[in-house]
Design a protein around this ligand. Structure first.
Ligand SMILES: [Fe+2]
Ligand SMILES: [Fe+2]
Length: 271
């Protein structure tokens, strides 16, 4: 076995455009990085709100090994059923007990040691669920005896809460990958004690949009200050991801890079 676990983490997959982006671009990334393990956040896969068996099956068929989620997972009733039945889909661990689903999973196959994936959610400008720091301590007390390869999806709104949790977990987990804002941050790094980190991995979906939402609907929501039905945009599919390498046997990360593919334009396009 290789002495590294090469891992791809794909940011929030939004609607059918996001699923199409995975289908179209993931093979290119697989060719480039030869990952051992591929994760994606699927909280927006079903038309922006939640995920059902249909979207999960497609994402697994395209090569994704496990799915994390976040606040939007609860917005599609079929998602609850899926959370109860699908072994490779998790939701934030720190929702109050009694909710369906689980907050961490263990993945292994014939080529890999056991890898743990833990999903947590922040509380700043979000639901007032249980403390993600205390929840992380409790989850790690269950996970650490089993494996040193631990990937955390921290689904949160603010960069400060994400950076605080990442520092809290530095050296205790292999990676803390931020999700939820749909905008990739420029701070991918290996922290002092060997944890790979990014504040937000970004969105896999339609970039001609407002974080996935059709622009005309977003304008109405902001200017009229009343609700308008969510509809996913369809143009400019891109995949946002981080690639990182976990060292065997320490579980520390050696390398991380972040990308949006195809790249965003940094030049005016001449028509
Ligand atoms: Fe999202
Ligand atoms: Fe979210």
């Amino acid at each position: 076995m290789n002495n590294l676990i090469k891992t791809l983490f794909i940011g929030d997959v939004v609607g059918s455009t996001g699923i199409e982006a995975v289908k179209q671009f993931l093979p290119i990334l697989v060719e480039k990085y030869k990952p051992d393990f591929i994760l994606a956040n699927g909280e927006n896969a079903a038309a922006g709100k939640g995920i059902t068996e249909a979207e999960a099956d497609l994402l697994f068929s395209y090569g994704i090994n496990a799915l994390t989620s976040g606040n939007h997972i609860w917005e599609n009733w079929k998602g609850k059923e899926l959370l109860a039945n699908c072994p490779n889909l998790i939701r934030p661990f720190n929702y109050p007990s009694g909710n369906l689903g689980k907050g961490f999973l263990f993945f292994e196959n014939e080529r890999l040691p056991q890898i743990a994936v833990l999903n947590l959610q922040g509380r700043t400008y979000m639901q007032t669920i249980d403390c993600p720091f205390k929840a992380a301590d409790y989850a790690l007390s269950l996970i650490v005896p089993k494996t040193s390869y631990i990937i955390v999806d921290f689904h949160a709104e603010t960069t400060a809460e994400k950076i605080a949790l990442a520092n809290y977990l530095d050296g205790r987990v292999s990676a803390v990958i931020g999700t939820h804002t749909h905008v990739q941050t420029a701070d991918a790094q290996i922290m002092q004690k060997g944890t790979a980190y990014i504040s937000d991995v970004g969105m896999t979906g339609p970039y001609d949009s407002v974080v996935g939402l059709r622009k005309d609907i977003a304008y109405k929501r902001f200017t009229l200050q009343t609700p308008f039905k969510y509809q996913v945009a369809t143009q400019e599919p891109r995949i946002a991801y981080v690639y990182f390498e976990m060292e065997i046997p320490s579980g520390k990360s050696n390398y991380i890079e972040s990308q949006i593919f195809p790249e965003l334009s940094r030049k005016r396009l001449i028509e």
